[in-house]
Design a protein around this ligand. Sequence first.
Ligand code: ADP
Ligand code: MG
Length: 357
Amino acid sequence: MRNKQLIGAVFIIAVIALAVAGMWRTRSQRAGGYVATVVHPQGVMGTTCTLAAVVPRGETARAKDAVRRAEAELRAVEARMSTWLADSELSRLNAAGAGERVPLSPETLEVLRAAREAALRTDGAFDATCRPLVELWKRAGQRDRLPTEGQIDDARSASHWDLIEFTDRGAVKHVSATCVDLGGIAKGYAIDRAIIALQEAGMAGGLVDIGGDLACFGRSLEGQLWSVDVKDPFREGALAKLSLPGGAVCTSGAYARFTVIEGMRYSHIIDPRSGRPAAAAASVTVTAQTAITADVWATALSVLGIDGLRLLPANVEALIILGSAEDHRLVCTPGFVGLLQAPPPEGMTVWQAAPAE
Ligand code: ADP
Ligand code: MG
């Protein structure tokens, strides 16, 4: 695969093929003695999905098998952790009453623990227990009426990690209204699992993209680097292109998913501190070694804005886009500039950490 445009072209071909017959089609691209098998499984996490596996020419059968395994990983995570599926483990936890022991798989427990840890690392900006607030604002959108202070306070009082206890094999809630939403972390986890499946299948390189959040490893068809577009939050197309030797890129922002209430646009990301939709950034793109880390920080920085950059762990880079289509500002970490294929777009400023006192 030469770059994301190439994936895009393959995607269009695949969509046409899909319309004619079946669940998904495999396409192969060749370059320099290597072949990429690219598939677009349908119905993964309610969004687009691209899986690619690069192998030496003549090993396409192995690549096809590997992308099937990667797809199975994505579907397994979705089946366990989606709040859209009533019988997922997470939905069962959310529906449980106070004191009820809910059995959970090690995978779901792993993501729940990672989410709890993320709340600590992000100063509470990433808080997967904010589901009562997410639901409150979703209902407000459906009714086109802002929630009252009392409703926000009630939802906030159920949104705390202290209200859930983990056991070896499951979890117990102290309050039945407490609910968890892994929508800001499970996609990243699923991408990492799928990447591991491709690696364990011995692929020379691979890419997993769910709705624009992605991770890649090893060689691309072009060589050692992968080319990844950074979405422009205000118009179609890419704002910039990154060159990566591997790792993950995730983007969060109100540009793609938002609710309109009483004529105003509100983000689908909640600021757990205020109980209101986050308004700190138009879009945030984060690069990290793993997609779970990039996914968490993209959501957390959507809450914290530039102020949150000081909290970023080593090897995590970010681009924050502030403002509106008419009047916006781009701020990125120094390490992010190093990933850009071309000189920084006009108006991009590089954030510098304040020197330690
Ligand atoms: P996307 O789903 O577009 O990739 P994110 O990765 O930012 O966006 O995840 C947003 C989802 O995470 C929301 O739809 C909601 O389910 C959940 N969420 C909202 N606010 C928060 C928050 N402050 N911390 C953790 N999860 C959140
Ligand atoms: Mg995300």
